[in-house]
Structure formats: structure tokens, C-alpha cells
Design a protein. Structure first.
Length: 367
């Protein structure tokens, strides 16, 4: 590690030109990963690009934001060249500046963001702006603590967590007759006293976590069997709403058949009529089985995707075909599918949903 005063020669877009003559004792070569640190810790990471065409003796470091540049110019900083760059399998970014996050629900917007992030080399705490108006910072929980410098590759799965108040969410909960069951396909008592009661407990935990996180602006609760019933309309997510949500959850009682397509279309139509179009529209669909009546859930998912509604699916059943259907619903709508094999996992899934709201940006491998 070498300590020296940094001098900014000029800035070109998202890149910064530095004069290496101001860094005695450090030889920078083309392609070197580099971390620049000041007293605040890791400030920026980048890949050195030697550019004779710009000016002899000037290097170009990709990945320094204008805000970080202002902090660094004229400072005494440390230059470090790590032994290796760690390629990450999964990375989640927090949105830290105002942005219309719905752009990330559009295929073109997702494509632009993926292209802008591919190959980027960043530190664990670095703020970056891959697209105009979008300011992101990595969420450390998804990154190895040993990785000072990380690189995003074409196979990296990328998620974006909106700022507080960016999302409107509909909880779409199966209340069909099979939710009264407590045993799995082999007859083992798993969900005690029943799937429905375990789900109610988990949903209340989810509500508590969401109240603390403040990510959701408004919430709606729908129970469905062969009909879809709005138990709580899309309502501002305030602390005094907790008891109303609990009361709505307690109205869920197992009965009837399962029409997943009708449930999805009901949720989408609520967003279309009452949703705010500058917010993320998300559905969390929890069901224990495949449809027994009604239309095609896959077609309903395509309808949801056409309206930019994301569906997260949570499967608590046993049939492979039903699990595959929910996985396809999540894929079509750019959501995430989850499989809860026991009540503890179900409870943990809802806690996870409560602590964060991830808007997935699929890796190029999955396109």
C-alpha cells in the first residue's frame, strides 16, 4: 500500500483521469485492480486503463463517482492493489438516491442496467450510478467479508432494494380447503395445528417486519379459494393499520377449491384501478397447491407481467407440477419463487420478505 496525494487531472463521464506522477513508489499497469482509501475507509475501486491517446502518463480508473471524486481531489490517500478480484454470484444494491424504480420492471430498463453493471469492479461500500438518476450501493450481507474488491460478471444475479415507500404490495393468500391440512404427502404431521394457522402467524410476522422497514407505502390483503375476496383494500401502510391487518388475516378460513388465475387477475386489476403508477407493484402469492378450478395461471402471470406487476411465489405444498407452475409465474413476472417445506422455513421466508424488498434484475445467463 502506498500513501500519496491524489490530483485529479480531468473527469470524463463516469471515469476519472489521474496523474500517476503524483503517486511515487507505485507502478500502475493496464488492467490492475485498484482500491483508493482515505481516512473514511474504502472509497472507490476500479480497473486501471492506461491511455496514451488521452495524455501521456495519465491513467484512467473506471468506477469513481463524481461525489467520491470531490472527496478525493487533493487528499492524502492510500493506493492499494489487491491480489485478486472476487467475482460475485449474487449482489443486492440499495437505492440511495431518488429514482423512478419502475424503470427496472421494464425489459429495456433491466437490459440497460445489466449492461451498465457487467464487468464493473467496486468496493463493498461504494456508491455508483450505472444509469442516469439511479444511485446504488451494495448491500454487504450478500458479499463475502473478505472481498474488498468485487466484480459483477454475466452470470451474477443482481437485485435492487427500493427506498422506503417505493412499493405497493398485495398479499394473495390461499384459503382453499387444503389449507386445513396439517400433514405432508407421507402422512407426517408437519404444519400444526394446520397450514392455515401457520400461515396466519407468518403473515403477521411479515407485517411487523414491514412496519419496521418502511419500504411499503400501501398494502392490500386478498384471500382466495374459487373466489378472490378483498379483505383489506389498498391502504396506506401506517402503524395504526396493524390491527386492521391482523383482523383481516384472522378472517382467513379454509374452504372451497383453488383458482390461482382469478386471484392473480384480481390483484392486477386492483393495481390498475387504485395503484400509484410511480411505485413498484408487487404481489406475494402463497399457496399450497395447484389450481383445481378456473383459468390458466400462466396466462394470468403473462397478464400481470404486461402490467408490470412482480409476483413473488411461496409454495407450501407437495406436488411437483404445482411447484413448477409457481416457479414459472415468478419467472414470467420477474419475481422470485420460494419453496417452504416446513413451518419454520415459511416463517423465515416471511421474515426475509419483511426485512427487505428485492426487485430482481436477472443475470444475462437467465435471459
Amino acid at each position: 500500500m502506498v500513501r500519496a496525494k491524489i490530483k485529479v487531472v480531468s473527469r470524463n463521464g463516469g471515469r476519472v483521469l489521474l496523474n500517476p506522477t503524483e503517486i511515487p513508489g507505485l507502478t500502475l499497469r493496464n488492467g490492475d485492480p485498484i482500491v483508493i482509501r482515505n481516512e473514511e475507509g474504502n472509497i472507490v475501486a476500479g480497473i486501471v486503463e492506461v491511455s496514451d491517446a488521452i495524455e501521456k502518463g495519465v491513467i484512467e480508473v473506471d468506477g469513481i463517482t463524481a461525489e467520491n471524486l470531490a472527496k478525493l481531489d487533493g487528499d492524502e490517500v492510500d493506493f492499494d492493489r489487491p491480489a485478486r478480484v472476487v467475482d460475485v454470484e449474487t449482489i443486492v444494491f440499495d437505492v440511495i438516491r431518488h429514482v423512478d424504480t419502475r424503470i427496472l420492471q421494464d425489459s429495456a430498463g433491466k437490459g440497460r442496467l445489466k449492461s451498465a453493471l457487467m464487468g464493473r469492479v467496486i468496493t463493498r461500500t461504494q456508491m455508483l450510478s450505472p444509469l442516469e438518476g439511479i444511485w446504488l450501493r451494495p448491500r454487504p450481507g450478500k458479499i463475502s467479508p473478505d472481498a474488498d474488491i468485487i466484480r459483477i460478471t454475466p452470470s451474477t444475479k443482481i437485485g435492487v432494494v427500493p427506498r422506503a415507500g417505493e412499493a405497493e404490495t398485495i398479499l394473495l393468500i390461499d384459503r382453499s380447503g387444503s389449507m386445513a391440512e396439517s400433514k405432508d404427502s407421507s402422512g407426517r404431521p408437519v404444519y400444526l395445528p394446520s397450514k392455515m394457522e401457520v400461515v396466519k402467524k407468518a403473515v403477521k410476522e411479515f407485517i411487523n417486519k414491514k412496519m419496521a422497514a418502511g419500504i411499503i407505502e400501501r398494502m392490500c390483503l386478498i384471500g382466495f379459494d374459487d373466489e378472490a375476496t378483498v379483505l383489506l383494500p389498498l391502504t396506506e401502510f401506517r402503524k395504526d393499520l396493524r390491527e386492521r391487518l391482523y383482523q383481516a388475516v384472522d378472517q382467513l378460513h379454509p374452504r372451497g377449491d383453488t383458482d390461482i388465475a382469478k386471484a392473480i387477475r384480481t390483484a392486477v386489476d386492483i393495481f390498475e384501478q387504485y395503484g400509484k403508477r410511480d411505485k413498484i407493484w408487487a404481489v406475494i402469492l402463497l399457496t399450497d397447491g395447484e389450481k383445481t378450478v378456473g383459468g390458466d395461471p400462466i396466462e394470468a402471470a403473462r397478464y400481470a407481467a404486461s402490467k408490470k406487476v412482480i409476483i413473488y411465489t411461496v409454495f407450501t405444498g407437495w406436488k411437483d407440477d404445482a411447484m413448477k407452475t409457481l416457479r414459472e409465474i415468478a419467472r414470467i413476472t420477474h419475481g422470485i419463487d420460494h419453496y417452504a417445506t416446513d413451518p419454520n422455513m415459511l416463517d423465515q421466508l416471511y421474515k426475509d420478505f419483511g426485512e427487505k424488498f428485492e426487485l430482481p434484475v436477472l443475470s444475462s445467463k437467465e435471459d
